[in-house]
Design a protein around this ligand. Sequence first.
Ligand code: G
Ligand code: G
Ligand code: MN
Ligand code: NA
Length: 255
Amino acid sequence: FMLQNELRKAIEREELRLVYQPRIDVKTGAVTSAEALLRWKHPNWGTVLPSEFIPLAEESGQMAELGEWVLRTASKQSVDWQRAGIAPIRVAVNFSAHQFLHRDAGERIRRILEQNELRPELLEIEITETALMGNEESVTRTLRQLKSAGIAVSIDDFGTGYSSLNYLRRFPVDSIKIDKSFVQDLCKSASDSTPFVQAIVSLAQSLRMTVVAEGVETEGQLSKLRALHCDEFQGYLFCPPVEAADFEAFLVRSQ
Ligand code: G
Ligand code: G
Ligand code: MN
Ligand code: NA
């Protein structure tokens, strides 16, 4: 309860912020987009992790407000970067199951984009496979709303859910993000994940989806991903999630 009360005040007190991690084109090394990740710095408790407070926000009905704040902040940020003379890059925002399955999800997102003057093709919504499970009707409705609005959707943590293949067949998305556990086992002799990554890449590409590898930490992993024709990657090797100002400096340097 205490955490929920504090969370309620967090937005007003400006304790929340977004950090951004670049997504990189494997072939060219260009930055293709920025994933926005939520951070909460409480005055007494210090940093509270999203894995701790997001489930609580969902339970207490605060997720809608929190989600709107995230979307608004990320949209404004993207527009600010453009106004600073940086070539437009897409921002990817994580959505929880509740947010994605809401009846008016698409309309709400569209409205926030409009209010903040962000073009819809500059937004991507990330959703995990688990969130899609067992909610076929609502998932289809939101996907249709987003598609007709021109907003991209990606499946996050791909490969860790139960029926990845089935979901890809039913729900056409723009990209899939291979979970970092597969990336981390790419160069391991004991539990080599190469055949799985290879299969995911080939499946995604035959469905004309972009494949993104998450959690790339070593040159070895990157060269393996390059050999497997993975499209994009994200990870500490290139850049961890950073403050907006640092991300901007980084974009300026790389353009
Ligand atoms: O860097 P990191 O520890 O932030 O991310 C932990 C988890 O929290 C990830 O699974 C990520 O998807 C989730 N997360 C981060 N920011 C948000 C957000 O704004 N909304 C939702 N729903 N999840 C988020
Ligand atoms: O939304 P998602 O579950 O994909 O959240 C991405 C998470 O992965 C965030 O917590 C982010 O901080 C983390 N992350 C980003 N790059 C790396 C990396 O190279 N290695 C590891 N272990 N984690 C990473
Ligand atoms: Mn994500
Ligand atoms: Na992930």
